[in-house]
Design a protein around this ligand. Structure first.
Ligand SMILES: Nc1ncnc2c1ncn2[C@@H]1O[C@H](COP(=O)(O)OP(=O)(O)O)[C@@H](O)[C@H]1O
Ligand SMILES: [Mg+2]
Length: 271
């Protein structure tokens, strides 16, 4: 079953309070004419962006283009001056605060991995299931067979099955990043925002990360911000190029690579 298409169900402890995510007639993320100013400087300038359910969207753009600000707006960290930001058709993200947006199913992975190094890989995934993030609480919690199965599934997805009983502290940088992606997956997010996932990785780890993200394509809506063009080329279906706080162009990697405006503002400098 496509988990992404599952609506908030009665099984969810939040079901009675959570607005329904409705993606039947349009995008899962809808941003229209969003502007953000910092002391008069427009970090986002009437930006519009539409993300479809199950998509693996790559966001690129030169430094200062507004990529981080865009993620901050989606996750509720920054409030826009104007514009609309919807999650599905019904959930107005501008009416929710940061924790409520996370609870509604928009998860963000920051650049630096933040796993619990003194716990095993398995325990880290187990901890991600709980709303009470105290590790001691987790140690006395009994997993249901379904939860065990889910951890198993995620261990396979992130390629860490044989490390499940190892302490997270001894994992390589790349393995820690995959574990953190796994911890997000445990929460069954409806949208995952991933900021520069391959920074500091070895070539082999980069290839494995590409495989991991591609394996989630279609089941999990993911927005990746990344600078590494070779990596983007491997994973990208649709690429959005940001420039001066707005969308410069969108398309396949080949399309945007040929676009003279992109070459001028971004690729020209990067290649
Ligand atoms: N909190 C802030 N205060 C002032 N200016 C900011 C703030 N955050 C971002 N900016 C500015 O907004 C622009 C866009 O920043 P950012 O979204 O971080 O770009 P990117 O992630 O694409 O490099 C930059 O010029 C940056 O200096
Ligand atoms: Mg940034």
């Amino acid at each position: 079953m496509n988990r992404q298409l599952t609506q908030a169900s009665s099984a969810s402890p939040l079901a009675t309070h959570e607005p329904m995510l409705d993606t039947r007639h349009g995008p899962i993320l809808y941003l229209e004419d969003v502007s953000v100013s910092f002391d008069g400087f427009k970090a986002l300038n009437q930006l519009s962006l539409y993300i479809t359910t199950g998509e693996l969207r790559c966001l690129i753009g030169p430094n200062g283009a507004g990529k981080t600000t865009l993620m901050d707006v989606i996750t509720g960290k920054t409030r826009p001056d104007s514009g609309a930001v919807f999650f599905g058709q019904r959930i107005d993200l501008l009416k929710l605060d940061e924790p409520a947006i996370a609870q509604a199913g928009i998860c963000r992975k920051f650049q630096k991995p933040s796993v619990f190094e003194a716990l095993t890989v398995f325990e880290n995934l187990e901890l991600a299931l709980h709303t009470n993030k105290n590790p001691w609480h987790s140690l006395f919690f009994r997993l249901t067979p379904q939860q065990r199965e889910r951890i198993d599934e995620v261990l396979t997805t992130i390629g860490l099955r044989k490390h499940s009983q190892h302490f997270a502290g001894i994992l390589s940088h790349g393995q820690k990043q995959w574990l953190e992606i796994g911890m997000l997956l445990m929460q069954e997010p409806k949208v995952m925002l991933v900021d520069e996932p391959i920074a500091g990785m070895t070539q082999q780890e980069i290839e494995r990360t590409a495989e991991l993200l591609l394996s989630l394509q279609g089941q999990q809506t993911i927005v990746v911000v990344e600078h590494d063009m070779a990596f983007i080329r491997t994973i990208a279906d649709k690429v959005t190029v940001l420039h001066e706080g707005a969308v410069l162009t969108e398309g396949t990697m080949d399309e945007i690579h040929k676009d003279p405006r992109v070459i001028q503002v971004y690729l020209g400098a990067a290649c």
